[in-house]
Design a protein around this ligand. Structure first.
Ligand code: DX5
Ligand code: ZN
Length: 220
């Protein structure tokens, strides 16, 4: 089994001091920095754009795991690639040609991810799973931090994990939404190997970040 990676979502960081927050969560042991990009159209919330990603880039060497919740997504791929994203994840509903979008991300030299909303079936990965580097299973409806984990997504994680194993693919399986020390072991048992956490990673301020991350890894 691959190592479990922790990808704190800066959606739950203090936006007034985002650079410091990214440094603090890096030093606390984050493996990736998860960046939630929302457009007020694909999801009912607005967050940050490529200028902010670019401004954060000098603050850490950790991979930027950029989760695009924007539609149409294609016009923004180049800007996020240039801003310093390492992994660019899109939703199948965010454009007319998922396969083309993935090819574009890869041609920009970035790792490509596909994210599935809670009601989007694993079948949406047919014909693209072998092309991508990451599957991101949403365990809440995207748009906001602090929501409750949707347990039905564990079955989806299991199904995708077994497909990745059976087809012997080099694909990371990430889960996003409502991950805390109680739900993290469930997601890991189902086969997730990257855990996104906003609320649980950034709770109680910078002095707690290292302990928060360790609790998600299951060591406390
Ligand atoms: C939701 C975002 C998540 C969110 C997770 O649309 O994709 O990354 O920040 O937040 P928590 O961990 O608080 O559920
Ligand atoms: Zn996310």
């Amino acid at each position: 089994m691959p190592d479990i990676l922790i990808a704190p979502s800066i959606l739950s960081a203090d936006f007034a001091k985002l650079g410091e927050e990214v440094c603090a969560i890096d030093e606390a042991g984050a493996d990736w920095i998860h960046i939630d990009v929302m457009d007020g159209h694909f999801v009912p919330n607005l967050t940050i754009g490529p200028a902010v990603v670019k401004a954060l880039r000098p603050h850490t060497q950790k991979p930027f795991d950029v989760h695009l919740m924007i539609s149409p997504v294609d016009p923004f791929l180049d800007a996020f690639a240039e801003s310093g994203a390492d992994i660019i994840t899109v939703h199948p509903e965010a454009g007319p040609h998922l396969h083309r979008t993935i090819q574009r991300v890869k041609s920009l030299g970035k790792k490509a991810g596909v994210s599935l909303n809670p009601a989007t079936p694993a079948k949406a990965l047919d014909y693209v799973l072998e092309e991508i580097d990451l599957v991101l299973v949403m365990s809440v409806n995207p748009g906001f931090g602090g929501q409750k984990f949707i347990a039905s997504q564990l079955r989806k994680i299991e199904a995708i994990a077994s497909r990745i194993t059976k087809e012997n693919l080099d694909v990371r399986l990430e889960v996003d939404g409502g991950i805390d020390p109680a739900t993290a072991p469930q997601a890991i048992s189902a086969g997730a190997d990257v855990l996104v956490a906003g609320t649980a990673a950034f709770r109680d301020g910078p002095a707690s970040y290292a302990a928060n991350i360790e609790a998600l890894r299951g060591h406390r």
